[in-house]
Design a protein. Sequence first.
Length: 202
Amino acid sequence: MFGFFYAALGETGLGKQIEEGLIIMKQMATLNKRIQHTNIYFFIRPFAFSKQILVEESLKGWKEIEFEVIRDANDHCFTVASMENFDPLGIHTGESIVVAPTCSLDDKELTLLKELSTKCIRHLGIVGECNIQYAFNSETDDYRVIEVNARLSRSSALASKATGYPLAFVAAKVALGYTLDQIGEMGTPNSAYLAPQLDYYI
């Protein structure tokens, strides 16, 4: 069935239309077997009884960029830290080196993703700390939102240590009803109201 489906894709030219390739998998199947054919990937689980398959664009080789975002009940929202996987998309964050802040994006790309992050969090109505991850193609400025975690994550600990901004503490205060201007002393580096400025990499 998969061989016939691949042949059909070739005949229709669909495989050529998607520059980065395709991912073809059984719906809701455990991805425990992969067959690679040029830039088309087949994920098959033996004995999976679903009659449906998913055809998705492959983002292999794109950058994996991550932002920690904070927002309070007054809609004051900003990115606290940006992070970048040393390895391209496809290598799990836990098995890669993470650099903070991002070092391979130019100012235009970084501004684009920062603005997208705050827009996403506002649209989702999240109040508190959250994490948003992107797949990003620097050649085309194309991006995909991989996931949004409306909670503290493992990356939050790294972001807190890298920036000196106590994300868990601030998130707890926001959950109790405090706004960011009420946490720490305004006009000092101890204020939670503004994002920290970094002049180093970690």
